[in-house]
Design a protein around this ligand. Sequence first.
Ligand SMILES: NC(=O)c1ccc[n+]([C@@H]2O[C@H](COP(=O)([O-])OP(=O)(O)OC[C@H]3O[C@@H](n4cnc5c(N)ncnc54)[C@H](O)[C@@H]3O)[C@@H](O)[C@H]2O)c1
Length: 414
Amino acid sequence: MKICVLGTGYVGLVSAAVFSELGHEVVGLDIDEAKVKSLKAGKIPIYEPGLAELVSHNLDSGRLSFTDFYPEALKGAEVVFICVGTPPKADGSYDSKFVYSAAESIAKNLKNEAVIVIKSTVPPSTAETVKAIIAQTAKVKFSVASVPEFLREGQAVNDALHPNRIVIGADSPQAEQVLTKLHRKFNCPILIMSPASAQLVKYASNSFLATKISFINSMAILADKVGADIADVAKGLGMDPRIGAAFLNPGLGYGGSCFPKDTWALIAFAESLGYDFKFLKQVDQVNNDQIDYFIAKMGNVKGKILTILGLAFKPNTDDVREARSTVLTAKLKKMGAIIHAYDPVVKGEFTDPYQALVNSDGLVLVTEWQMFLDLDWAKVKQVMRRPNIFDGRNFLDKEKLKKIGFKYWGIGRQ
Ligand SMILES: NC(=O)c1ccc[n+]([C@@H]2O[C@H](COP(=O)([O-])OP(=O)(O)OC[C@H]3O[C@@H](n4cnc5c(N)ncnc54)[C@H](O)[C@@H]3O)[C@@H](O)[C@H]2O)c1
């Protein structure tokens, strides 16, 4: 099948690479000329394990190509995926400008019948607006469907090659048929529903996962108060098959390009319908408060050098959108702390963790990169001014660290 993917960010680039890997002819388009130039040369602008190899393999096969020219990208495409960003606006609602601008470009340049698929995370009603925008100008038959994306950054290639379900929101039998055929190579259930239901599935998934995180973080505060160990509590809780063990890791709360913005967007969308989504507002509030709860463990930080280990919002990605490191750094700086930071992938002022820790009064673990487990802790203790460790992910081996002479603070673990 001939496929066009609009937007070559985390979702678009992975989708384009995976569909070409499955044998389809895919053109990826982006309005960012520099990005397209680099992609054409086989250079991947993001850090995502396995993606560079997949893109390069499919560029070589001739099934995958990139352009910044809409007429070229849309030529002959039977399916057009919209994978552009949907960032939050100041009031929390989602900014539709990239999706609507992509729809306008499709309208002007579509010359053959196609199914337009919204893969970006958007609230119900967006599909109708996209349909109306395209219908104003397009001279050919088209339908609009929603196929939300569930991949996780850091494991995106594997997730996109082996999804656990495909959700197709189609409002015409023709779109349903084309999209079912396109996805039939994936070895997972295909759910067919209305576009509005499909869009809600995506918001429900991310909001529910955010809820689990805020719940376990609240329980971790209780564990601190009674001297319990939240890891034991989470283990006992997660073994109940009705609950499941995933997303019960206490810490600094959730960040990243999806959970914060999608919970805010759902709250704002509910509000636009006259529903006050109090439950989700609390989930968001707990997530915000968690940073303050953690900072309180550090005592007076004024004039202290604190070294943040990990800037990416989670390991195995370079994405810092809404990363906890950003919120934490801003708060600590405001309180008078001097911040040093190191991340193995995100570029910062330090290129070595030990350098970043020289004369430090506290090591603050923010992202659980594997390499931080394997630091030379005797060397760390030697270069730091004070042996204080604040583990924002309950990730480090606290017994080992205590034996070496560090003072250790986690969340819900003594
Ligand atoms: N990142 C994730 O893990 C993830 C997972 C599931 C769903 N999503 C959703 O997928 C969507 C895309 O997310 P992302 O992280 O890939 O975003 P991103 O910011 O990494 O990429 C978006 C790309 O779209 C391009 N773009 C903007 N306007 C365009 C236009 N009119 N035409 C063509 N290209 C245009 C941008 O230049 C950019 O390269 C969002 O709605 C997001 O919520 C993201």
